[in-house]
Design a protein around this ligand. Structure first.
Ligand code: ATP
Ligand code: MG
Ligand code: MG
Length: 350
């Protein structure tokens, strides 16, 4: 059988390895971290720095196809690997998703709505942009943010200097705060031949910038914007010649869906699909990168709710297991505050 190479050792890599095994593939995980939860389920594992050419050459020799589970992975090794072995999604998609300014420019060119934004190189830029965009606004690092890390909210112009100091990384990006009723995501799956499917959109609720829960079916405010958002996500995927699962986050705004950001990978807001959809996002990602037919994305129950177990709040697991309808997933990570430790999915009757 063939071997799927997975870059990154987190829970997404682990869930991809489980899905791959079910379809009869071997997986080989390459991750630098001492603690890798993907190592527990992959067929084989290399713990090494993926910037090393020797390590990458070995990885490319083992893998028939390569994918990754983290969008903040360095682009260079991905480009290097792509010359030796098929890599999905392609480096171009990763490059766009790694830079918030590039991402917003790209999406606007395809007719998508975004928050008003400006690239910020200096305190002076920030003052000018704030005068233009107004408050409230959010200053974000241009690159490498996740789970709301690398963001400072600015409620008043008096906070300008403190925000600039706090953000640290340059350049940064200032975004106007989008007034929204709900947040949701479009998860689509595309194959190399252009075949595409997408999941019904979950309503995503965040707490402190981290996804707290995803619920389906989505309320009317989201359902009415689903078509426009899914069409935009489809144009993004087509333009990038995308292969695999693509996640696009949206705000349900007053005038329609506002694109927030994309992730070129399987996504936390799609964890509900393991039990709540006919085919999980992980299986569909494996199917897409292996050129297999894509699976049904329909719901398996009238309603589905996925809740993240975060940091120290993630105790009481026995109580969750006592609920016969709860599907508990624990990632086997060491507890740290604010860390995603696991999730629980419940299917409902109505
Ligand atoms: P992720 O873990 O999803 O990659 P991230 O660190 O890249 O997160 P964002 O998705 O940009 O961060 O922001 C995290 C959350 O902060 C959003 O889901 C949303 O709730 C809020 N947020 C971010 N930008 C804006 C904005 N311009 N207007 C309103 N809310 C925002
Ligand atoms: Mg992000
Ligand atoms: Mg986000």
């Amino acid at each position: 059988g063939s071997t799927i190479g997975i870059l990154g050792g987190g829970q997404l890599g682990r869930m991809l390895a489980v899905a791959a095994a079910q379809l009869g593939y071997r997986t080989h995980v390459l991750a630098p971290d001492a603690e890798s939860v993907a190592a527990q389920t992959a067929s084989s594992f290399t713990r090494a720095d993926y910037h090393s050419r020797i390590v990458l050459d070995e990885f490319a020799a083992i893998a028939d196809v390569v994918t990754y589970e983290f969008e903040n992975i360095a682009l260079d090794p991905i480009v290097y690997l792509a010359a030796k072995v098929p890599v999905h999604p392609a480096p171009a998609a990763l490059g766009v998703a790694q830079d918030r300014a590039e991402e917003k420019t790209f999406v606007a060119e395809l007719g998508g709505r975004t928050a008003p934004w400006a690239k910020i190189e200096s305190l002076e830029d920030l003052r000018t942009a704030l005068a233009d965009i107004g408050t409230p606004a959010i200053l974000k690092t241009l690159r490498l943010g996740y789970d709301g890390k690398g963001q400072v909210r600015i409620h008043d112009a008096a906070e300008t200097e403190a925000a600039w100091e706090a953000i640290g990384q340059r350049p940064a990006i200032l975004e106007g705060f989008v007034p929204f009723s709900h947040e949701f995501s479009i998860l689509l799956v595309r194959r190399g031949d252009g075949a595409m499917v997408s999941y019904p959109p979950p309503w995503n609720q965040h707490e402190d910038g981290i996804l707290a829960r995803s619920t389906l079916p989505a309320p009317a405010e989201i359902a009415s914007q689903w078509g426009e958002a899914a069409a935009l996500a489809g144009r993004i995927a087509d333009r990038l010649g995308y292969v695999g699962v693509l996640a696009c986050e949206f705000f349900a705004g007053r005038d329609g869906p506002v694109f927030n950001e994309m992730a070129p990978r399987v996504h936390n807001s799609g964890h509900w699909t393991i039990e709540g959809a006919v085919t999980s996002q992980f299986e569909n990602h494996i199917r897409a990168i292996c050129g297999l037919p894509l699976g049904d994305t329909g719901l398996t129950a009238p309603s589905v709710a996925m809740e993240n177990l975060i940091g120290e709040a993630a105790n009481g697991w026995e109580a969750i297991l006592a609920d016969p309808g709860a599907h508990l997933h624990l990632y086997g990570k060491e507890v740290r505050p604010g860390r995603k430790m696991g999730h629980v999915t419940r299917l409902g009757r109505g």
